[in-house]
Design a protein around this ligand. Structure first.
Ligand SMILES: [Zn+2]
Length: 127
């Protein structure tokens, strides 16, 4: 069955997703500054962080590892948000991936990327 979100509910979820997207971008920019990047574009940050820089790695081995891990995590979250926005636009967001029933709106609002309804998530975590 298809999820039945109203236009207002979709707008609320879209706002939530956009707010998260902006927060992620801001954090990536901070990471770029910490990593000494002069360009704040995401692509530049990625190549900067992934660029093998032995000298920087020797100077700040832990910082660099932490930054890389965090940047990976942020990019992963950005991809999830992007997918959620597409699903929202196509009217697919809000369907439980396990049972296909609509995920409760309150749950969706708190966790727009939640893949399962509460019942299926509880069963999933117990398994
Ligand atoms: Zn379910």
């Amino acid at each position: 069955m298809t999820p039945t979100l109203t236009a207002g509910q979709r707008a609320l979820i879209e706002n939530e997703l956009r707010a998260r997207e902006h927060a992620l971008e801001a954090e990536l920019r901070t990471l770029a500054e910490q990593a000494g990047a002069s360009n704040d574009s995401r692509t530049a940050l990625a190549s900067h962080l992934l660029n093998d820089d032995p000298e920087a790695a020797r100077e700040h081995p832990d910082d660099r590892a932490v930054l890389l891990a965090r940047a990976d995590q942020l990019r992963q979250e950005q991809a999830e948000i992007g997918n959620a926005l597409i699903a929202l636009r196509e009217g697919r967001l809000g369907a439980c991936s396990a049972c296909g029933e609509a995920i409760a709106f309150d749950r969706l609002k708190a966790q727009p990327m939640a893949p399962r309804c509460l019942r299926c998530q509880t069963a999933f975590e117990a398994a």
